[in-house]
Design a protein around this ligand. Sequence first.
Ligand code: HEC
Length: 224
Amino acid sequence: MKTIVKLSVALAATALVAVSFGALAQTMKKNEPMKKTAAAQPVKAPPPAVIEAYIKSTFGKAPPEWQARIVPDETLKVCNQYHNNVPPKDADKIQKAELAKVVYPADGKMIGDWKEGKKIANNGRGGQFSDGPEVVAGGNCYACHQLEKSEVSFGTMGPSLTNYGKDRKFDAAEAKNAFTKIFDSQAVLACSNMPRFGANKVLSEKQIQDLVALLFDPESPVNK
Ligand code: HEC
């Protein structure tokens, strides 16, 4: 009896070894071509539902009135669907819809006070968890743009805005375009990464006029 048991254990062990070698050989076969082509494989984006669930989880502790902030509007839904590469026909539609949201100053004056604009461009407060409702939001323009040449700390996601008005000959139509861009950047570029400051009520009309002044007043340090 004892010998038979020993034998069958030995047989079983051999079988196991054979199986695992077989599996190993198979794994190696599978892995070999992958190793060679791994770098060339495009990264596949997770499905939108996975991304949405993740974003929602990061907002788990936010007060209920904040939850609406992570619900994309019609424009963002389309931009998300195409990973910002919207077909031209959708881009046109978005830009028209966003342009309709822009409210221009009643007296047609686009340019305010550049000194105030300078403060707004430098101010990154507002709309954060730690900001109470009394906090007046800034534009945080330096997070993405160079403006004054003397400022050494700025982001580069957006183009440099140095000499912005000077380069455009302080043209009134260009100042209006800048007002449009700041009020609703997606009226100008369908899936822009620049926030829609006026349309989303982050900045007031007066604040946007002051920022246009920072870009277009000949006395502004942006043009010096
Ligand atoms: C999160 C990044 C981001 C922030 C913050 C931001 N912008 Fe932009 N901005 C961009 C990008 C990117 C562009 C380039 C075009 C585009 O994608 O819309 C741009 C373009 C512009 C343009 C048009 C430039 C051109 O080529 O004529 C102006 C004017 C402008 N931004 C002004 C501002 C002002 C003023 C502020 C602050 C109130 C600001 N931006 C804040 C990202 C940003």
